[in-house]
Ligand binder design. Structure first.
Ligand code: 13P
Ligand code: SF4
Length: 308
């Protein structure tokens, strides 16, 4: 089958089976282009919550499909490839978190959505990079926050909110190499450009970046919104490379400069169009969370969705 036949067949099966395709901005461009909804972690979770489809084909990494299945247990959530992991989600287990909580009984556990269902089941609140500040600001001031697993996102939240936080020692292999020096050098090289930075980056709490008049810290959806709304013509993109696909599509006359050619998440690229087609044809690789874990994991996710 050639590419356009694969795309036609995907469309046909989607209609026949009342399926919807959700894809993250970091997936392959051709996968993004067949998606019914393209989004960041928060946007995708919201779509999974509200869709009327019977089948969700989730193109992203495993924890994202798992989150969709936790929110919408009555839907069949398919992950076109089962082994798409994430260095953040792999950095902490449910047992680790249970022990952390035992050592800090008064702390509130806020877990980034990049975690397994078992970790969410031990968490008090969930957050994504879109709503992390909002979630933390909503919590009582006298409670310490145990933030898991991304130390860079955690450091950013700590810096901006001034909250008493303990941070887990996890990091994203793609964003953590983005340093303040790298961002500042790019800003010097391109004096007209804004730098749009994901807070999983190592520069997330560096005052030289946070106070720079042309540097902005955003989730992926925030980066896309800024580029669209800004009158500027040039942007330094300090996040995963494939985000530039949607940025360029929405803003053909603007220029997007990658912070570094290595900001590439190979796990997000595992899903190909033939995988999407096979998932739909065979309804294979269903993602399901054991009901006992799911019932506990859905609580912090729902709290997050209610906060915003
Ligand atoms: P957002 O989708 O929340 O921007 O997070 C990025 C990410 O690393 C997903 O893996
Ligand atoms: Fe995980 Fe980082 Fe890849 Fe996102 S970009 S899926 S946080 S490894």
């Amino acid at each position: 089958m050639n590419l356009s036949e694969i795309i036609d067949k995907i469309k046909e099966l989607k209609a026949e089976k009342n399926a919807v395709i959700l894809a993250h901005y970091y997936t392959r461009p051709e996968v993004q282009d067949v998606a019914d909804y393209l989004g960041d972690s928060l946007g995708l979770a919201r779509q999974a919550e509200k869709t009327n489809a019977d089948i969700i084909v989730f193109c992203g990494v495993h924890f994202m499909a798992e989150t969709a299945s936790i929110i919408s247990p009555d839907k069949k959530v398919l992950s076109p490839v089962l082994r798409a992991g994430c260095s953040l989600a792999d950095s902490v287990t449910g047992d680790d978190l249970r022990r952390w909580k035992e050592r800090n009984p008064d702390g509130l556990i806020v877990s980034y959505v990049n975690t397994s269902a078992e970790v969410k089941a031990w968490s008090d609140y969930c957050c994504t990079s879109s709503n992390a500040l909002k979630v933390v600001r909503s919590l009582p001031n006298d409670r310490q926050i145990l933030f898991v697993p991304d130390k860079h996102l955690g450091a950013y939240i700590q810096e901006v909110t001034g909250r008493d936080m303990e941070l887990w020692n996890g990091a994203c292999v793609v964003h953590a190499p983005i340093t303040a020096e790298m961002v500042l050098r790019r800003l010097d090289d391109f004096p007209e450009a804004d730098a749009l930075i994901h807070p999983e980056s190592a520069c997330s709490r560096d005052p030289r970046v946070l106070r720079h008049p042309r540097a902005y810290m955003y989730s992926t959806a925030g980066i896309i919104r800024h580029a669209k709304e800004s009158p500027k013509r040039q942007f330094i993109v300090a996040t995963e490379l494939e985000t530039i696909h949607e940025l360029s599509k929405q803003n053909p006359a603007k220029e997007f400069i990658p912070i570094h050619p290595d900001t590439y998440c190979d796990q997000m690229k595992k899903v190909t169009l033939p995988d999407v087609l096979s998932a739909l044809e065979q309804e294979r690789h269903e993602v399901r969370v054991p009901e006992e874990t799911r019932r506990r994991a859905v609580i912090p996710i729902q709290r997050m969705l209610e906060i915003g």
